[in-house]
Design a protein around this ligand. Structure first.
Ligand code: 1CP
Length: 342
């Protein structure tokens, strides 16, 4: 039986401020690891996501190598869009593609509701396998994309740039926008709930693109549905983390979502965040991923600064302020960990 009270990561999410904080990295299973690249030489990205044995293996790789305090399930935020009806592909190096994109009420009404136990059984199987294999003191994080971020990919048909289509839909066609957000909200809460039922010890909601919104738009178009998701999942009693990339201007709104942990973008000041969130909400973050491309002295200094700023009251989990870059030297991660753990 897993006892979450013994997990440093869970204790920090619940409010403990430890001298040596727990640490994991967003995108910790990925191309900066030679053992991941070896698997990728044989299998496509989606093949790994769809195969529990492979997904389990790459989830465990960074935990084995670095002894991270948490594992995050290897999958992608776009995977649950497939059973909803999206035609998803990952071209080599060009990021995700959804073709055709979804832009009209007619197309959006056809989106199917998802039953994770049937449609995403391979993900839940991966969760169960990883939980079985992980050391008892290492937490397993299940995750999902938040509705606005997923909607951005669906409406843009891929990496949202410059957000013209999703924002046009939001401003011009509230009926279509609401259909899409509501369907995604239903998927997100059932999917995250099933991940927890299958063995995830905590969850993280990725709202990567909500940071492109003005705070008043965030309040109108995003906050209500994120709040509803966390409200619905509260009774599962697992830590719920919320990440908004480039979201320093949204901290007051993020405080209202009902999350237990805020994953801070690397531009955000930890002391400013602590002042706003108090000690009721734990903080996670927020080393600039490009700091790991620097020399040893720079890495150590930047890690020290974060540790100092985060010390005191209130839970703290060390992480990056966005995903680790594929060009990151493994030795930089080792230096970072040595500075944290001493
Ligand atoms: O090997 C490869 O070529 C695939 C690269 C890759 C990986 C390793 C993609 C494609 N997704 C992932 C895994 C992934 N994605 C995880 C797994 C666990 C881990 O963290 O180790 C997670 C949590 C994600 C989440 C994700 N995917 C987000 C949210 C977080 C963030 O980075 O902002 C987003 C926006 C995506 C979309 C996505 N998937 C993959 C890429 C290259 C992208 C980004 C494309 C873009 O810039 O829009």
């Amino acid at each position: 039986m897993v006892d979450t009270k013994k997990m440093k990561y869970i204790r920090a999410c619940r409010g403990d401020n430890m001298k040596v904080p727990p640490v994991w990295l967003m995108r910790q299973a990925g191309r900066y690891l030679p053992e991941y690249r070896a698997v990728r030489e044989k299998y496509e990205f989606l093949e790994i996501c769809n195969n529990p044995e492979l997904a389990c293996e790459v989830t465990l790789q960074p935990v084995r190598r670095f002894g991270f305090d948490a594992a995050i399930l290897f999958s992608d935020i776009l995977i649950p869009l497939v059973p909803m009806g999206a035609n998803l592909a990952f071209g080599n190096g060009e990021g995700p593609r959804i073709n055709p994109p979804f832009r009209s009420v007619n197309e959006l009404e056809k989106l199917k509701s998802v039953n994770p136990e049937e449609d995403l059984d391979f993900v839940l199987k991966s969760v169960r396998m990883v939980r079985r294999e992980l050391p008892a003191e290492v937490a397993l994080i299940g995750f999902c994309g938040a509705p606005f971020t997923l909607a951005s990919y669906m409406v843009e048909g891929g990496r949202p740039n410059p957000f013209a289509n999703i924002k046009a839909l939001m401003y011009k066609d509230p009926e279509a926008f609401t259909i899409l957000i509501d369907k995604l909200k239903d998927m997100v809460r059932t999917y995250l709930g099933e991940m927890v039922n299958s063995g995830a010890d905590a969850i993280q909601l990725f709202d990567t693109w909500a940071g492109t919104l003005h705070s008043s738009d965030y309040k109108t178009y995003v906050l209500p549905c994120v709040k509803e998701i966390f409200e619905d999942l509260k009774d599962l009693d697992v830590p719920m983390t919320y990440f908004v990339h480039n979201g320093s201007h949204l901290l007051y709104e993020i405080k209202e979502t009902g999350c237990n942990v805020v994953s801070l973008d690397w531009r955000c000041s930890i002391s400013e965040a602590r002042r706003i969130f108090g000690t009721e909400i734990a903080l996670q973050g927020n080393l600039d991923p490009t700091a790991l491309l620097g020399d040893e002295k720079t890495i150590r200094n930047k890690v020290k600064e974060i540790l100092q700023e985060a010390s005191g009251d209130g839970g703290f989990v060390f992480n990056l302020g966005h995903g680790i870059l594929p060009v990151t030297p493994v030795s930089s991660v080792e230096i970072m960990l040595d500075e944290i753990r001493g």
